[in-house]
Design a protein around this ligand. Sequence first.
Ligand code: ADP
Ligand code: MG
Ligand code: ZN
Length: 625
Amino acid sequence: MPTASDPRPEPSGVPRRRPRWASAWWLILLFALVWAWQELGPAASVRALSYSEFKAHVAAGEITELTLGAEELRGKVALKEPPADGPQEFAFRAARVDDPKLVEALEAHGVDFIGEPPALFGRVLLVWLLPLALVFGLWTLLSRRMGAAAGQALSFGKSKAKMVAATESGVTFADVAGCEEAKQELMEVVDFLKNPARYRALGAKIPKGILLVGPPGTGKTLLARAVAGEAQVPFFSLSGSDFVEMFVGVGAARVRDLFEQAVQSAPCIIFIDELDAVGRQRGVQMGAVNDEREQTLNQLLVEMDGFAANSGVILLSATNRPDVLDRALLRPGRFDRQVVLDAPDMEGRLAILRVHTQGKPLAEGADLAEIARRTPGFAGADLANAMNEAALLAARRGRAAITQLDLEDAVEKVIAGPERKSRRLREQDRRRIAYHEVGHALVARSCDGADPVRKVSIIPRGQAALGYTLQIPAEDQLILTRGALIDRLKGLMGGRAAEQLVFGEASSGAENDLERATALARQMVAVLGMSERLGLARCGQRDGGQYLGGLGVPLQRDCSEQTAREIDEEVRGLLDRAYQDALAALRAQRSTLDRVAAALLERETLDEHELDQLVAAEATPHAPA
Ligand code: ADP
Ligand code: MG
Ligand code: ZN
């Protein structure tokens, strides 16, 4: 037992186990004593007789006392002819034998006898010890549970940070491709941790906090893990949601604990992934969750001020919602440096593809540069996924190396979902779908600003698409002009226009096109200032912020009723005009529409070159009508 001078007293409040077990031992000892007293005490002076000896004493009429136990006979014998060296009287015991004539014989010789219930110890055991043991067992069980729960409650505040050793992460800067600037920034940090003297000599202050921002899948977490792999200092890694707990105050305690640990093991890096889970703007919502988050955030702010610059603790964080972060977090002295990881450009994609085809044999003619060209807007994670799909496809096709075709099919699968060739369609539906897709393709081809059509297909894909037209820009586009957006609207309307033109009736197949077109038109009017009537005012908020919301996301209204109505009218106007233009474009090339649709019905997919040939065929006099 710990004494007062015990150098490491157990934390108060944690229930001690030892006393409880001690009391159990006392209990057992007590029972053992009782048993010994009952059973062994008298046994010392008792002579053990065999049954036949006992019967002989009965026959001689020498038994003066007899107790018939269930298993044992006990009593006293008074010898009629005592031996010279022995007592005349003695107590005895003998094992009972199944002898139906015993009672008869006893009565015949006039022996007094009493019966006896089962042994006292057995009774004690049954009546007392068993229930006691049960109660005791139950109590132990329950209190141990409660003890565990209490222990948990006490360790709630303990930070859940995982320490990642330098060798454990296994990721180095070489595994991160296509974001050279970001890598550069972080290398500087790693360098500081390795040679702090050089920076201090120049009076340089290394940033305390570095925030990695960028769309999902661009390698923020990966880059942080690379830092862990390169820095060779302790690396505490945890996610923002680890702070958020059911109980108010736990998150704050965890933050405190985390920083305590970190300061002790400086130089080190703390990495908080998905910072927006704790770092959201304060005072926006109501309720307990918010309370908890605010406390956690406040604690984080306090702790970030608490350690001195150049103390060797660097806080690294990642988020794809910098727009919702509390402004106090972003001010200089806290996360004073932001490192942006954007969707990679062509070169970046090529570099990432190279990283992710390491260890995957590529067949001759597999052209990663071409794949990089075809994948604008792909983040690192998409590219990694596509390369893995390519390897799986190649394996399924029984190849020894990955061919260009596998690569291209894999990219398509990532864009549009897996093919579902088994889906049976009625012939008239296939015809309608073929015209619909060719409508998209031809309208897009007739607009200068639309993205080039790479492929048209009527093989069902993914969850909903019955056919699709793949349009990929020739190069990365960071800015889109109004003309390009209008051309995009026309392309989206091409499917519906073709159906109308050929079948004279609309179908439900254009829902997705209309949804996308409407969202795009609304963006143009409400946030991009592309409508003359509404002018330059921004009348909506993109849901999901800078990185999660592209041009296709719905808007949150941020304007008067009047303006909202005008926006609706403008949107309708834009869509109507786009639709009329698409119709006109298709009318002008009706025969091409029929020809390409027929070819598509036959071959199911047409690539860029086949489309070119089919469209150009019109010029030649012998073209099939
Ligand atoms: P996030 O930015 O959402 O945290 P991750 O870092 O988790 O993205 O990236 C997911 C995966 O995508 C990584 O494990 C890696 O395989 C791949 N990846 C993303 N970006 C890159 C990159 N720049 N270089 C190499 N692989 C990348
Ligand atoms: Mg991440
Ligand atoms: Zn369509």
